[in-house]
Design a protein around this ligand. Structure first.
Ligand code: UT7
Length: 333
């Protein structure tokens, strides 16, 4: 599908992230689940993850990340016109987590809604917001990836509980002026034939919450890790190549690739297939594990704040997740 020429170019004016204070290390996990630091480190690259407090919800994490992004963008919450929260761990099934965030921020002029695209949600939100701004419907948008996955993990299942963590990342998008950066190309994809390999089967209309299915842990994440792994590498490679080509870039032009933070072996495989050296690939999953929709947003903010790219540099973001879904963005900062 060809990208329709934008009326208004769109840039990222600010980023922010927030991680809960509590750290859970691999050694902590060894105490209550049959696993080892050696297994988790060698199979995933994860060393620790953050766990939100009982009274700290997804909207709270999202609000804190959003405030930092707004501050960096030099923008008041009251000026925001659109808020999209990407999450699979909303505060409530309804209303949307974005509504709580709108209220927390005092962003009274913004419309607010959630999207559910699992780990791909932040880049889905980026494409939606970019198009809304480039079409002239809105002048700015706040997009957030936020998750409290610790509430949806089966802490007795070593296949999944060692992988995930809590956190939030945010970005403020706005119309870009002459000489400023811009989002060059975006790509999204979905394969609904793969809904069964990564899901939370209970708690929806297909399997409403009952004490029986809560006891059976049906309202927790379930995953066929190996199948997801294989499909993820392929999908991320293709999505990255599409945005690189559409943006008119060569691999050498790319300052940094920021991939979804799920597994170091997946990240290495992507770097290899894109022929991008490892030092040009951002990794922070050792500290936070897989925070689903938040992961690439947190990584973008950390890479930005630690000077891994500057104005004018070209970066590529690429993700995959349940659905299956995948997405990529090429950005001139
Ligand atoms: O955001 C998208 C989310 N999903 C992903 O990105 C997941 C993609 N997949 C993966 O990252 C990897 O498939 C995993 C890290 C989930 C698993 O790694 P793997 O190398 O594919 O291992 P496996 O599932 O094939 O399991 C190998 C062995 C099994 O034992 P047996 O059957 O060989 O005796 C598992 O029971 O490792 C065992 N195992 C563990 N052992 C210690 C599984 N989890 C653990 C654990 N600790 N936590």
């Amino acid at each position: 599908m060809s990208e329709i020429a934008s009326v208004y170019p769109v840039m990222i004016a600010g980023t922010g992230s927030y991680l809960p204070e509590k750290v859970m290390t691999n050694a902590d996990l060894e105490k209550f689940v049959d696993t080892t630091d050696e297994w988790i480190t060698s199979r995933t690259g994860i060393k620790e993850r953050r766990i939100a407090a009982d009274d700290e919800f997804t909207s709270h994490l999202a609000t804190k990340a959003a405030k930092k992004a707004l501050e960096q963008a030099g923008m008041e919450a009251s000026d925001l016109q659109l808020i999209i929260v990407a999450t699979i761990s909303p505060d409530t099934i309804t209303p949307a987590t974005a509504c709580y965030v709108q209220h927390n921020l005092g962003a009274t002029e913004a419309i607010a809604y959630d999207i559910s695209a699992a780990c791909s949600g932040f880049l889905y939100a980026m494409k939606i917001a970019k198009r809304m701004i480039s079409d002239g419907a809105y002048e700015n948008a706040l997009i957030i990836g936020a998750e409290k996955l610790s509430s949806f993990v089966n802490w007795e299942d070593r296949n999944t509980c060692v992988l995930f963590g809590d956190g939030a990342g945010a970005a403020v998008l706005r119309r870009s002026e002459e000489g400023e950066g811009r989002i060059l190309a975006t790509e999204m994809g979905t394969d609904g034939a793969q809904t069964g390999i990564l899901n939370i089967p209970g708690g929806g209309s297909a399997c409403p919450t009952t004490s029986a299915n809560v006891n059976d842990k049906l309202a927790s994440l379930q995953m066929s890790g190996r199948e997801v792994f294989k499909l993820a590498v392929n999908a991320m490679k293709k999505a990255s190549e599409k945005v690189i080509e559409r943006a008119g870039l060569a691999p050498d032009d790319i300052k940094l690739v920021i991939p979804h933070q799920a597994n170091l072996r997946i990240i290495d495989a992507i770097a290899d297939r894109l022929a991008v050296p490892n030092e040009k690939v951002f990794v922070n999953l050792d500290k936070y594990g897989n925070t689903s929709a938040a992961a690439v947003a947190i990584a973008l903010d950390e890479a930005h704040r630690t000077g891994r790219f500057e104005r004018g540099d070209k970066i590529v973001l690429v993700v995959f997740g349940a659905g299956l879904t995948w997405a990529a963005s090429a950005i001139e900062w």
